[in-house]
Design a protein around this ligand. Structure first.
Ligand code: GAR
Length: 200
C-alpha cells in the first residue's frame, strides 16, 4: 500500500515510520512520498537521505488553502497514494481534501483526545496540572482533532518532570504508537463504526 507522509517540522515520527518500514513492521506499507509545507523542515532532509521522493509546497505559492489542497490532491493522485499520514503537519486541511481521502487520513496528536486539542497539546497538558496525558492516533475528519480514535497510550506527568521531560516521554510513546496504527490500517484491521474504531 502506497503511503504519503505529510510533515512540517522535525520529522521524528516520519523517522519512526521509515524505521518500521525498513524492519518490515508496516506490513505491506511503503512510504512513497513525503510532502512538506515547510522547505526548512528537517523531515525533508530525513526523507531525502534515504531516497524517498520529497515535495515541498510553499503556502506563499498558492492563492488560497483550496488551491494548495487541490495541488496536494493532484500530487497524491498522480502517485496512486492510498493512505495519507499526517506526522506533525501543522496545517488544517480543507473539507475537499478530507472528502477525497475519506477514512484514509491518519493523524497523531500529543495528548489524550478529546483533551488538549490544538497545536500545543504537550504544553497545554503540562500547564494544566493534569497527572496523566498521552498520545492519540485518529482518523481525520472535518472538525480538527476530533475523528474516530484508533489507538491511545497514556503518559504520567511526575512532580519532578519539566516540560522538556514530558515532551521526551510523549515522543517516545508516539514513535511506538504511530507505526502500530499504520500497520493496522495497512493490514485492513481497522473498522470504523460511528465514533468507534474496532480493531479486528
Ligand atoms: C508530534 O508531537 C505530533 O504529535 C505533533 O507534532 C509533533 C511533530 O513531531 N502534532 C500535533 O501537535 C498536531 N496537532 P515530529 O515532526 O518530530 O514528528
Amino acid at each position: 500500500m502506497k503511503i504519503a507522509v505529510l510533515v512540517s517540522g522535525n520529522g521524528s515520527n516520519l523517522q519512526a515510520l521509515i524505521d518500521a518500514e525498513k524492519k518490515g513492521n508496516l506490513a505491506g506499507g511503503k512510504i512513497a512520498v513525503v510532502i512538506s509545507d515547510n522547505p526548512d523542515a528537517f523531515a525533508v532532509t530525513r526523507a531525502r537521505k534515504i531516497g524517498i521522493e520529497t515535495i515541498v509546497l510553499k503556502k506563499q505559492d498558492f492563492k488560497s488553502r483550496e488551491d494548495f489542497d487541490t495541488e496536494l490532491i493532484r500530487k497524491l493522485r498522480d502517485r496512486k497514494i492510498e493512505l495519507v499520514v499526517l506526522a506533525g503537519f501543522m496545517r488544517i486541511l480543507t473539507d475537499a481534501f478530507i472528502e477525497e481521502y475519506k477514512n484514509r487520513i491518519l493523524n497523531i496528536h500529543p495528548a489524550l483526545l478529546p483533551s488538549f486539542k490544538g497545536a500545543h497539546g504537550i504544553k497545554d497538558a503540562f500547564k494544566s496540572g493534569t497527572k496523566v496525558t498521552g498520545v492519540t492516533v485518529h482518523f481525520v475528519e472535518k472538525e480538527v482533532d476530533s475523528g474516530p480514535i484508533i489507538l491511545q497510550s497514556s503518559v504520567c506527568i511526575r512532580e519532578e518532570d519539566t516540560e522538556a521531560d514530558l515532551e521526551e516521554k510523549i515522543h517516545k510513546e508516539e514513535h511506538k504508537l504511530y507505526p502500530e496504527a499504520v500497520r493496522l490500517f495497512v493490514e485492513g484491521k481497522l473498522k470504523i463504526e460511528g465514533r468507534k474504531v474496532k480493531i479486528m
